[in-house]
Ligand binder design. Structure first.
Ligand SMILES: [Zn+2]
Length: 421
């Protein structure tokens, strides 16, 4: 690492350490969306921005924008950032890595006296995680005026307040965030780049490429509770021909889907499939044939078409299996989230920046959703840089190596400084 990189790493490490201390919980960190803790973290980061002489504004959704003025202020800005909140007892880097990377780039600009052609803005968003209110991307949806009355009435997980009340306690204009009109001028954003930890094992398994450039953000089709209904009966007194075992039907279904998934991957489809929740009836017992199984479904792909076709296949398998076994199946309504594209030209800029810096990187899909998807689906050219991390994410053991983080931050720095050349 050069001297400048070493100093940048120290600048970033202090932010990670201070904020970990500030938001420490019984295990991991907790930075609840729209809480006093989230505000405290934002204030800490805003003070750093003030120290760098950045222009600081807060939008009416509570997100903070910190701008290093460019040479031509009429040009729309290059924006980079992420979210400052976390899941309960989560890791320190989900979200914070992107904010810290963006801020480190601003620090570098000041350190070397670099003024970009256009404004460079660090964007720090609130409330990205769904774990407290059951709603994700509240900061980015809020700044677009796209939260709904129903969203604002969502209760926090301990029931103590609604999302609207929590937002108001942070001084947020709840009429504006649900007003249907953007609170910020989207046309003033030339590009939005979000650096994020990968949250999966792919990059960390690489010896060469420890950074990634995202090819797109997977969409999904979900069911919260699909029911297979059979017949509960005595486990000893009911011979095989007379059984309607809901659990046997369920396991046959997931096995068939698992084999089809392998075939689809061989064909080159982008696809992941998960049954995250399985429940038997409350009357389930060791000596009772399962009469009912309820399970969730989560199908994700970069292609909405792949999601839909795999979903159709699952429904066909389910109907065939249930017919053979004398079972009934009931699907609750499917919930759809569209995949989000990244901007091809901006992603190429990132790729070329990485090459210019001699940083090996790979292209990969984002399995998790991000604020970038919200902005991208609303007309902002977005791209994402992924950084290898260890031990997964959304858990207190989440880890990241500072040297991996610095590679991603270097790509961002190169992209910003070369953006207008
Ligand atoms: Zn995140």
């Amino acid at each position: 690492m050069s001297d400048l990189q070493t100093k940048g790493a120290a600048f970033a490490q202090k932010i990670f350490d201070d904020i970990r201390e500030m938001s420490r919980d019984v295990q991991g960190v907790s930075r609840q969306a729209f809480s006093a803790k989230e505000t405290e973290v934002l204030n800490y980061l805003t003070d750093i921005g003030r120290g760098l002489n950045l222009e600081i504004t807060e939008d009416r959704a509570g997100n903070v924008w910190m701008t290093l003025p460019g040479q031509d202020r009429s040009l729309p800005a290059f924006v980079s950032g992420s979210h400052v909140d976390s899941v309960p007892q989560g890791g320190n880097y989900d979200g914070l890595a992107g904010v810290t990377a963006a801020l480190t780039v601003a620090w570098w600009m000041r350190e070397v006296g670099f003024q970009p052609k256009r404004d460079y803005t660090v964007l720090m968003m609130r409330g990205e995680e769904s774990s407290f209110f059951g709603k994700a991307y509240m900061g980015s949806l809020g700044m677009l005026g796209k939260l709904t009355e129903k969203d604002l009435n969502l209760k926090i997980r301990d029931g103590s307040c609604t999302l609207g009340e929590a937002m108001q306690s942070c001084g947020i204009d709840t009429a504006a965030v649900s007003g249907g009109q953007p609170l910020v001028d989207i046309g003033r954003i030339a590009a939005f780049v979000e650096l994020h930890i990968e949250q999966g094992p792919t990059l960390d398994a690489q010896t060469q490429a420890r950074a990634g450039i995202v090819t797109g953000i997977r969409g999904n089709i979900r069911h919260k509770a699909v029911r297979i209904i059979g017949q509960a009966a005595h486990s000893g007194a009911t011979d095989k021909p007379y059984r309607h075992d809901a659990l046997m039907g369920f396991t046959e279904l997931v096995q068939r889907i698992d084999r089809a998934w392998d075939r689809w991957l061989v064909k080159g489809e982008d696809l992941v499939f998960t049954v995250g929740v399985v429940k038997l009836a409350s009357s389930a017992a060791i000596s009772v044939i399962p009469g009912e199984v309820t399970f969730s479904v989560d199908i994700r792909s970069l292609s909405a078409d792949t999601c839909q076709r795999f979903h159709d296949l699952m429904v066909r398998y389910a109907e065939e299996i249930c017919q053979e076994r004398g079972l009934k199946i009931e699907f609750d309504p499917a919930l759809l989230t569209a995949p989000s594209g990244v901007d091809a030209a901006l992603s190429d800029t990132l790729q070329k920046s990485a090459e210019a810096e001699g940083i090996p990187c790979m292209r990969l899909a984002s399995g998790a959703g991000h604020d970038s998807a919200v902005l991208g689906n609303n007309g902002v050219p977005v791209a994402m840089i992924f950084v290898a991390n260890q031990l997964g994410s959304h858990n207190p053991h989440e880890a990241m190596k500072i040297e991996d983080f610095m590679q991603g931050t270097d790509i961002l720095w190169a992209a910003v400084s070369h953006y207008d050349n």
